[in-house]
Design a protein around this ligand. Sequence first.
Ligand SMILES: *[C@@H]1O[C@H](CO)[C@@H](O)[C@H](O)[C@H]1NC(C)=O
Ligand SMILES: *[C@@H]1O[C@H](CO)[C@@H](O)[C@H](O)[C@H]1NC(C)=O
Ligand SMILES: *[C@@H]1O[C@H](CO)[C@@H](O)[C@H](O)[C@H]1NC(C)=O
Ligand SMILES: *[C@@H]1O[C@H](CO)[C@@H](O)[C@H](O)[C@H]1NC(C)=O
Ligand SMILES: *[C@@H]1O[C@H](CO)[C@@H](O)[C@H](O)[C@H]1NC(C)=O
Ligand SMILES: *[C@@H]1O[C@H](CO)[C@@H](O)[C@H](O)[C@H]1NC(C)=O
Ligand SMILES: *[C@@H]1O[C@H](CO)[C@@H](O)[C@H](O)[C@H]1NC(C)=O
Ligand SMILES: *[C@@H]1O[C@H](CO)[C@@H](O)[C@H](O)[C@H]1NC(C)=O
Length: 850
Amino acid sequence: MGGGHKLTTYFLTLLFIIFYSHFINARFTPSDNYLIDCGSPQNTILNDGRTFKSDPQSVSFLSTDQNIFATSNSVPENETLPLYRTARIFDSESVYKFLVFQPGRHFLRLYFHPLHHPSYNLTTAVFTVKTEDLVFLHDFSATENSGSHFKEYLINVTSDYFSLVFSPLKKSFAFVNAIEFVSAPDELVPDSATVLSPPGVFNGVSGYDLQILHRVNVGGPMVSPANDSLSRTWMSDSNGYMIFPKGDKVVSVDPSTITYPVGGATPVIAPHQVYSSAASMEDPGVSNSNFNLTWEMNVDAGFSYLIRLHFCDIVSTSLNNLYFNVYVNGMMGVSGLDLSTITSNLAVPYYKDFVINATAVSDGLIRVQVGPSDLESAIPNAILNGLEIMKMRNSAGSLDGLFSSGSNSHGVSHTKTIAEAIGVAAATIALLVLIISLIRNKIKAKGWDQGRHSSKSWFLPLNASYCSSLLSSKSKGKNGYSSVFTSKIGLGRSFTFNELRDATKNFDESAVIGVGGFGKVYIGEIEAGTKLAIKRGNPRSSQGINEFQTEIQLLSKLRHRHLVSLIGYCDENMEMILVYEYMANGPLRDHLYGSTLPSLTWKQRLEISIGAARGLHYLHTGGSSHGIIHRDVKTTNILLDENLVAKVSDFGLSKTGPALDQTHVSTAVKGSFGYLDPEYFRRQQLTEKSDVYSFGVVLFEILCARPALDPALPREQVNLAEWAMAKQRKGVIEMIVDPKIVKTICPESLIKYVEAAEKCLAEYGVDRPSMGDVLWNLEFALQLQDASLQLDPPEEDDICNAKTKIVASQKSKKGDETYNDSDVSILINDDSGVVTGSPLFSKIEDFEGR
Ligand SMILES: *[C@@H]1O[C@H](CO)[C@@H](O)[C@H](O)[C@H]1NC(C)=O
Ligand SMILES: *[C@@H]1O[C@H](CO)[C@@H](O)[C@H](O)[C@H]1NC(C)=O
Ligand SMILES: *[C@@H]1O[C@H](CO)[C@@H](O)[C@H](O)[C@H]1NC(C)=O
Ligand SMILES: *[C@@H]1O[C@H](CO)[C@@H](O)[C@H](O)[C@H]1NC(C)=O
Ligand SMILES: *[C@@H]1O[C@H](CO)[C@@H](O)[C@H](O)[C@H]1NC(C)=O
Ligand SMILES: *[C@@H]1O[C@H](CO)[C@@H](O)[C@H](O)[C@H]1NC(C)=O
Ligand SMILES: *[C@@H]1O[C@H](CO)[C@@H](O)[C@H](O)[C@H]1NC(C)=O
Ligand SMILES: *[C@@H]1O[C@H](CO)[C@@H](O)[C@H](O)[C@H]1NC(C)=O
């Protein structure tokens, strides 16, 4: 009896966890959470609890030529949002640059309201808002009568940065009142949708950037950001979306009666309030109820749209009573939609996505209709709970018009003198020092990075099958490694020896692409052209195999864009074979010297060193509970993929970093001459700072395009680290820069870069920066290089035209103007959005701990 009880309690608790996993979704914590109240002198707290940072002290980098603000003492008429009280004005192309911590779906929300400014009439502003490959607004203007403008986008960000460019039309200027750039859960936009005509399935929605044009809580009140886990606004449809109200009836139930299904709709897809209200027909069953409920929305012609309809049967009293048809623009979307069969219960949310091709919205209207199906068994009725209309980017890469982001059709250009550029640089460097120390303190004080990672792990898609696979793999774990390796939670794939032998033509010498400490590396091809790098270690004893398996477990947990991924392994016949992703462009060294490959530009070299620094930073801090020291950082262990993205390799068989009770790991000297940390060499003590030293050598190798050690050279030049440091001390570092690129490097960028490399080479580990600090310096060097490119001299008449119009507070001299208030503001993202240690989580942790 008692045992049975216990079991029941156990299952109830399990159910509880599965059920509550949906509340974890509801408490979605964005990794990137940039909220900016532009032009505001202080932070602004909205009544939904979110804090919008004042511009000059928030997020990332804002590069603009001046600080011009418009403010209004009161919230503009008919506006409740305090965000509309201030604006920032740009009269030349200006960029907000956000660091992206987690690539994937992001919300971009822009707020515009033409405030009064003594010298700028904001209603006359005409400008384009774009990023590298996507136009958000083309020649946009906020005309006076329509008051404020709110634009919302759901974009797929794949790179480490997101740049938001405000580019005024010639002789005009741009402005913005507030910006949100916030991570969205990837599940929000599934990859496939139903195509309306010809009927079919559309795959690839996840690659599309979207603009949300309409989001309606049908039959219910407006849902404000405070009541939505993703801070969305759901409009009420009482103001004119529904154009055929004859015979309609609004139904609503208590939101708490809505039960989300396991798999499918979640509160992230739409909150309870959306599903707990609907429009349906007034007198179901009466013969005259044979009509369609119809909603009509204005959209831009020439674009395809993603249409999401939300349904939840809150009208039926029993199952299998409701069947209805769904039409979009007259085309059948679903014939005889049968919610009972789909959800197996009443009051369970369901949503469906449709793609409608541009050709079917040529009149700029989208018309959604629901009406009774012809099924005899059904009582004529139809419902709709919510609808969303999202514009899909077109083939030109635009969400507004036909111009691509690249076609730089306008934008007021300007020149700057070198002196001024240096002034900008000096100011920025000073600010950078500030930001680095702030960030460093933050990491120290709050376990900043740790916080990020733990916050991320909370939005794992916890669902029933995930939980059960976790549980089953745990229970099998004691039986040995194999069950762990084959479990679904991703510890890599187990290859058979025969598979790998065939892939490498019996480990033929012609397939060898490298030789490392571990053994030879072969290129192999498996399953119709998938290329792999296969690293075969020398066969070892069974003791060695155990270590090998431990290593694999460790390595397969390390996943990062800038680490070469372990795909699988083979441990048959005492073999130790590791299978990695194949890196098409091979080792970085081959692109620097000693080969015929084209030489890399300075920007490419900066991006590569940033990538490698990110990879190492992750190894040191993020990969496991106590970081991993690479122990052999060098240019042959930094590989480039087909897009020249740098990935650190061979971190494989490294020992884990210092445990908590030690500050170093004592181990036999391993590493490569020319890169060796002198401290490590002397004392045989290994810390992360040994990797930092080696990375400093790599940085000089990248800059000078010569080996770390070159015995053929005169004595003082043999060791690159020593030689470079000697030149740097004399202040003549330019002399040893790769002559192929020396002319293209902007001086400030070079200074920053060499400074970073120099610090890495400090004699004592404690004096060297962390990889995180190095990373920031390199990113900054890249910013400076980019900034200098933007300063390239344009045609003379542009400047004059631009200047005659702008009567701002800046002092400008014709042709050779200097802006007094030139600046680059550096903005810091506050982590306050991170939710940790809620009572719910601690409950689950307790349970697991038992
Ligand atoms: C504010 O609303 C009132 C009435 O709702 C309207 O007459 C007025 O034009 C609106 N003002 C602005 C600036 O939109
Ligand atoms: C701003 O420009 C608009 C349109 O040209 C004009 O109607 C309005 O009067 C101007 N406002 C001010 C304050 O000059
Ligand atoms: C973003 O786009 C890439 C490439 O189109 C795709 O592989 C990825 O799944 C998308 N990510 C999301 C979150 O939609
Ligand atoms: C919206 O949220 C507020 C507090 O955040 C709550 O008091 C209110 O009841 C919610 N509204 C609905 C309709 O649930
Ligand atoms: C549940 O999670 C597993 C593993 O993460 C995933 O493969 C599966 O698609 C998820 N199922 C649903 C319905 O979300
Ligand atoms: C409902 O709308 C569809 C598509 O516009 C149309 O074909 C159908 O005849 C309509 N049904 C009724 C009863 O009006
Ligand atoms: C729309 O149709 C055109 C031509 O039929 C096709 O090239 C295009 O890919 C379609 N767009 C979408 C989003 O389905
Ligand atoms: C720059 O502007 C500030 C006020 O914004 C003023 O105090 C300062 O004197 C100006 N500097 C120059 C060189 O004009």
